[in-house]
Write a protein that binds this ligand. Sequence first.
Ligand SMILES: Cc1cc2nc3c(=O)[nH]c(=O)nc-3n(C[C@H](O)[C@H](O)[C@H](O)COP(=O)(O)O)c2cc1C
Length: 313
Amino acid sequence: MQKKLDFNKKLIILAPLAGYTDLPFRSIAKKFGADLTISEMISSNALVHKSEKTLKMIEKSPTEDPYFVQIAGNKPELVRDAVLILNDIDGIDGIDLNCGCPAPKVFNHGSGSNLLGDLKKLTEILSTVKKYSNKQYTSAKVRIGVNDKIPIEIGKAVEDCGVDFVCVHGRTRAGKYKAPVDYEAIKAMKSAISIPVIANGDIKDYTKAKEVLEFTNANGVMIGRGAIGKPWIFHQLKYGVEEISLEFKKEIILEHYDEVLKFHGLHGVVMFRKLLHSYSKGYNGATQFRDIINTIKDKNVMRDIIENFFTHI
Ligand SMILES: Cc1cc2nc3c(=O)[nH]c(=O)nc-3n(C[C@H](O)[C@H](O)[C@H](O)COP(=O)(O)O)c2cc1C
């Protein structure tokens, strides 16, 4: 079967962002040229219980090709069962193991970035994914340590599981989302292992992406927060362009809104508020706009207000 990811070119990947990268968000990112989209983190436990909410979270848009589901877990049997469930779902090209989530709820449960403090455990869980998955790809998303930076050890542990590539957020768990991203550590991981390494952390524009790729020699970049409120970043990165016209932005924001309504139903009106906060950031009148949309529940009124704001700013 032909491989869907070409590691001979520098890949641009949308990071999984819980609470943001649902199907509508991912399909917009895809439209702008993200080479790969990945679901929000799904707990193996939730997957095994096949809750309606969880199954909806892993639904993909037909345009998402390739598409990965990211799982979290720390119990081999549960992770195996989660993988077996995903095996039966068509259209998923890869399974990514979350080894980076710093949230206490996940960490204290032994999952996410907790695995970085016990590389034997990480190996056991990641090997389980690799062993049972029938998908084209297996990958891991890691940070560079829990408290201390151990990027090389982590990279080697991941590589030894026989997975296809690793995405590395250049912070420790202790660094949360604020400490300076250590691109030196990403570079060290890249030069220590032979599988492709994707660099992640604070990459928000073309210049930064270019610098990071040159400095780390990574095989691609993964963009998270830089895509919130600016999904056109994928187009900018791909083609090195700066300017996206306001008219085009408006079209995309409305398309995003329509997709959210289609996928989430009327509740989408309320859900879209937080995205509008990001979309309106930095524009004159944004505060007033946010105050207004925070009270709107009617889908047509909301659409008119969005259209009006982004036409007249
Ligand atoms: C709101 C939010 C939700 C996130 N959810 C996930 C997740 O579900 N899975 C994951 O591996 N990382 C998650 N992350 C981490 C991002 O994927 C990414 O590694 C991190 O934000 C650094 O990249 P950035 O600076 O481009 O945002 C999340 C980050 C944020 C801010």
